[in-house]
Design a protein around this ligand. Structure first.
Ligand code: GLN
Length: 283
């Protein structure tokens, strides 16, 4: 081999060696840190069984199971803080919480102030009346004293669809107490909650069909696309492997004082490959 050819080959193999890693992603260099992972702060309103309720001083429920799975995926401990429903989106905007889950219905109006995950549950709202004084539809509710939890979709529905300014309460339980005390004629609440309230009280009845259908999703601060992607990824798995359904069934049964139902069969292709599989088990 001529000198010039061998030196060309030598320099090209050096270039090849240099380029061996070209096009491949560089291995991630993680800074070594003794710092514990930052908590993932979830904001909720804790009087919305089966999605959130307090038991032994702790907030539990479907939304907590889901957010625990998201925190596990991120390797961060979950911290749950509770506030009034109306203050939830503000808490995200101020950076006091990373994500909000409270049976929050996706609405276009709310999309102006926060971003939503994919939907994880379908719900709706309905009327609860006193047994024997039942309001079955929005026409019969017109001109009546209506109680709602402030800032909820029931509140909006009352104002926009029925055309009545409702009496607003901090919690749906307070609205139900006002109904029983004769301070309002009917209340409008989410259907799962209505089942919980009326199911445990002989004097109350769900007196209408669903007034409208709604979708629940998890909310994050506007523009927090990274967290939203992790939330959506986890939700896809939990919806696919039946864990959201299992959690809902277990909390509904628990709130009704019934034994836990058998978990739904797991589709075989969804079984082993997710951290979230192990973490969203209903308590
Ligand atoms: N789903 C209703 C809403 O988003 C009520 C939620 C709640 O009271 N936690 O307005």
């Amino acid at each position: 081999m001529s000198k010039s050819l061998s030196s060309i080959l030598a320099s090209s193999s050096a270039i090849l060696a240099l380029c061996a890693g070209c096009g491949k992603p560089k291995p991630e260099v993680k800074p070594v840190s003794d710092e514990p992972p930052k908590p993932l702060v979830m904001v909720t309103e804790s009087s919305f069984p089966p999605y959130e309720y307090v038991e032994n001083g702790k907030v539990v429920g479907v939304d907590i199971d889901i957010c625990q799975a998201i925190a596990d995926k991120l390797g961060r401990p979950l911290v749950v803080v509770s506030t009034n429903f109306e203050a939830i989106v503000n808490a995200l905007e101020r950076g006091d919480a990373d994500l909000a889950a409270a049976g929050i219905t996706v609405t276009e109006e709310r999309r102006e102030n926060c971003d939503f995950s994919i939907s994880y549950a379908t719900s709706g709202i309905a009327i609860i009346s006193l047994k024997g004084a039942e309001y079955k539809d929005i026409d019969s509710a017109k001109g009546k004293r209506i109680g709602v939890q402030g800032g909820t979709t029931s509140d909006n529905y009352c104002t926009e669809e029925i055309g009545e300014i409702p009496q607003r309460f901090d919690t749906p339980r307070q609205a139900a107490e006002a109904l029983k005390a004769g301070k309002v004629d009917l209340i409008i609440v989410d259907i799962d909650l209505a089942r919980n309230i009326a199911g445990g009280d002989d004097s109350l009845v769900i007196s209408s069909g669903l007034l409208c259908m709604e979708e629940f999703a998890i909310a994050v601060k506007k523009g927090n696309t990274e967290l939203l992607a992790a939330i959506n990824e986890t939700l896809e798995i939990l919806l696919h492997n039946g864990k959201v359904y299992d959690s809902l069934a277990a909390h509904v049964a628990h709130c009704a004082g019934e034994p836990p139902p058998a978990p739904a069969a797991t589709p075989p292709e969804a079984a082993p490959d997710s951290d979230a599989n192990e973490t969203a088990t209903a308590q």
